[in-house]
Write a protein that binds this ligand. Structure first.
Ligand code: SAH
Ligand code: SF4
Ligand code: F3S
Length: 471
């Protein structure tokens, strides 16, 4: 099965190079790494740009309109590159993977014949086979949702490759979605919700930690709906999984994302109190503050339910940083509906947030709804919401000033003597004058705010740790 990864040119054999360019969510970041693992397993080496790549994989995202358009313009550029390389006697294979691949399938090859193969997110373990078929027949498309466990079939990541990616890592524990929000393509591009077994997750996390990873972020489209089987054949919740992972020596921090408000269980809240490795950060998308719009979105919760969840979360862990996603200009959204969204944001005061203009996605129910909101109205509402969210983000960061926070050092800072890392609340922190190595967790006093990071200085050993109060 293993194909030769060497090219015989006039100057002898050269190792083939693969470049994966990724768009979209953390799941795609994880998948990109795994696809390049697959190709490294086939004898390729990784390269950091398309120019010298024999194989270019675009790992696409379909969540909003511009993402897919970016892919087609990127394919236009790759077409020129392929021509250029061809005139130098070099072949370039181009693969489109990810959610645009799943949604558009063969249409991609029709619109961009430069593409050799199209592969959906559930088929990455079949990448070498697909490349062989493309070579033999000209093109190949695989957008099936196979029964086989993709994760089990993917090669394990090598120690060296884990190390090269730094001391924080994403780990997919759950994939797909059964919730069918009316605006969203994910249930169609990623398929039905599946959870990986506890042992598979623990094995992968242990391997990451053995290679030097200190923080693992568990990822999934509905990660708090995780329900993987344990060794005894029972179903484990996300909290159960976190407790198990916390037993891995050397794993300093555990995070998880993205959660759904309907799946915030009491045992997960308890884990935020009881498991010191579980960081006080919760990304809990609300999308909108109007019950009418939430119903049209099929979110299956009201604004009051969301606020109640936030209350429970803060009762369990008062210092927790809460972030969210918002969509403005969903079909039928009136000024009064939008005012409800602003009111909800003002009430919660999010530590961070992503906010988007609604973008109709072909094939989703919302794209067919009447009363699409005109573009200028969407833009104007987005600007107003972002002003609110930015004020709250800065207030959250300001509340850190003067306090001591534990920083996980991720890399050297921008200037000599500086270190760069993250607080428990996922704030970027730059430190100076601190003796520490990458991977250490060090207490730091927050002394100043930059636009996107906090500056911190050493603390004396006698200074007590304090928590950032939910302002
Ligand atoms: N599973 C997560 C997030 C999925 S996608 C959840 O349930 O919230 C990430 C974010 O993209 C969503 O939270 C939403 O805010 C945004 N998004 C999804 N579809 C969109 C669309 N059609 N238009 C604009 N934003 C969208
Ligand atoms: Fe999309 Fe809704 Fe599923 Fe999130 S819960 S992935 S927004 S359908
Ligand atoms: Fe995009 Fe697919 Fe992730 S649509 S957000 S890459 S699940």
């Amino acid at each position: 099965m293993t194909e030769s990864a060497t090219l015989s040119g006039g100057f002898g054999s050269v190792v083939k190079k693969v470049f994966v360019k990724s768009y979209g969510c953390q799941m795609n970041v994880y998948d990109a790494a795994r696809m390049s693992d697959v190709m490294v397993g086939q004898g390729y080496t990784e390269t950091s740009g398309a120019d010298d790549a024999d194989l270019v994989i675009l790992n696409t995202c379909h969540i909003r309109e511009r993402a897919a358009e970016k892919v087609y313009s990127e394919l236009g550029r790759l077409n020129e590159l392929k021509e250029q390389r061809r005139s130098n006697g070099l072949d370039t294979t181009i693969v489109v993977a990810g959610c645009v691949a799943q949604a558009e399938g063969r249409e991609i090859i029709r619109r961009a014949p430069v593409v050799d193969a199209v592969i959906g997110p559930q088929s990455y373990h079949r990448l070498p086979d697909l490349l062989r078929i493309a070579r033999e027949t000209g093109h190949a498309v695989d957008t099936e949702f196979p029964d086989a466990d993709k994760f089990g079939a993917l090669p394990a990541q090598s120690r060296e490759r884990i190390r090269s990616r730094g001391i924080t890592a994403f780990l997919t524990i759950q994939e797909g979605c059964d919730k069918f929000c009316t605006f969203c393509v994910v249930p169609y591009t990623r398929g039905a919700e599946i959870s990986r077994p506890v042992a598979a997750v623990v094995d992968e996390a242990s391997r990451l930690v053995e290679a030097g990873v200190r923080e693992v972020t568990l990822i999934g489209q509905n990660v708090n709906a995780y329900h993987g089987l344990d060794a005894a054949g029972r179903t484990a919740s996300l909290a159960g999984l976190v407790e198990r992972l916390a037993l891995i020596p050397g794993l300093a921090r555990i995070r998880y994302t993205t959660s759904h408000p309907r799946d915030m269980s009491d045992d997960l809240l308890a884990a935020h109190c009881d498991v010191p490795q579980l960081m006080p950060y919760l990304h809990l998308p609300v999308q909108a503050g109007s019950d009418r719009i939430l119903a049209a979105m099929n979110r299956k919760h009201r604004a009051a339910d969301y606020l109640q969840v936030i209350e429970r979360v803060r009762a369990a862990r008062p210092d927790i940083a809460i972030s969210s996603d918002f969509i403005v200009g969903f079909p039928g959204e009136s000024e009064a509906d939008f005012a409800d969204t602003l009111r909800l944001a003002a009430e919660v005061r999010f530590a961070a947030a992503f906010s988007f203009k609604y973008s109709p996605r072909p094939g989703t129910p919302a794209a067919e709804m009447a009363d699409q909101v005109p573009e200028p109205v969407r833009s104007e509402r987005l600007a107003r919401l972002q002003e609110r969210l930015e004020t709250d983000r800065q207030a959250f960061n300001r509340a850190t000033l003067g306090r001591v926070v534990d920083v996980l050092v991720e890399k050297p800072g921008r200037h000599a003597g500086q270190l760069s890392g993250k607080s428990p609340y996922l704030q970027a922190v730059q430190t100076s004058g601190i003796e520490a190595a990458v991977g250490d967790v060090v207490p730091v006093r927050a002394t100043a705010l930059g636009p996107n990071s906090i500056f911190g200085e050493p603390v004396g050993h006698d200074t007590p740790h304090t928590m950032v109060a939910a302002a």
